[in-house]
Design a protein around this ligand. Sequence first.
Ligand code: MN
Length: 306
Amino acid sequence: MSTITTGTTATPSTPLVTRPRTVERLVQGQATSDGDGVKLTRVLTQNLQRRLDPFLMLDAFGSDAAADYLGGFPDHPHRGFETVTYMLEGRMRHKDSAGHEGLLTAGAVQWMTAGRGVIHSEMPEQQEGRMEGFQLWLNLPAARKMSEPWYRDIRPEEIPVWQGTDGEAGVTARVIAGRTHGVEGAMQREHTEPLYLDLHFEPGATFAQPLPAAHNAFVYVYRGTLAIGETEVRSQRMAILANKTPGTAGADPDGVRLAAGAEGARAILVAGRPLNEPIAQYGPFVMNTNEEIFQAVEDFRAGRLA
Ligand code: MN
């Protein structure tokens, strides 16, 4: 229900965000390596899991040097959450213990629900050239952690695209999950209700997205510069968006407004409904209790995840 009457059947092309969120904190990721020596930046680290619930991890990878990615991610297990891999450039082949196999190309997404367990590999299918993308870990509610594993490869052309008009001309959104401006994304998830947009801004373009105040949200800029309120967010920085407007006792913020700098920008906007459940992580296993982690390790060693 809206208390605002416009007197027209207005198009939802320019959503109303009157109390935009501010930036609570800027985060510069940590350079690390994972798998068989793949160099990457861990943007959402373990100490931010509680703050950004239901998101557990965000890795950004991007390199023109084959030595940085050739090792790939040989066979490894997961249990208790979902992995969302988004390729910007390059080719990555995945295989899992259930016999599934697929090739991720530029612009494709793999959405995998590890559930009670899967063993898989994620290997580059190129010897040279650029490899770039993101892997986001999305938690599962306790009641779903031991569900059957599932995955979907989403081809680039299956990801809906929204093109801004009027005040949002010059912005393009690839709608990976959730919805924007009436466009349904490729994936919808109950419980965590994730929003995942890949936004491309021409110089000076602006974009607004309504967000429930209780949902945790962040923006990661990977080209150019974005302004969020008074805060400038440069490339390779994550802005954690405040759920409350500091210093005001008034109404909660109702969304976010983003404005590109003079050279344009590219960024992902990610938001979701927190689960507010205990988080216990040991490497590739994310459960609610230590006992469940011990069980996951024991099941893996006994071959019960394959
Ligand atoms: Mn994996």
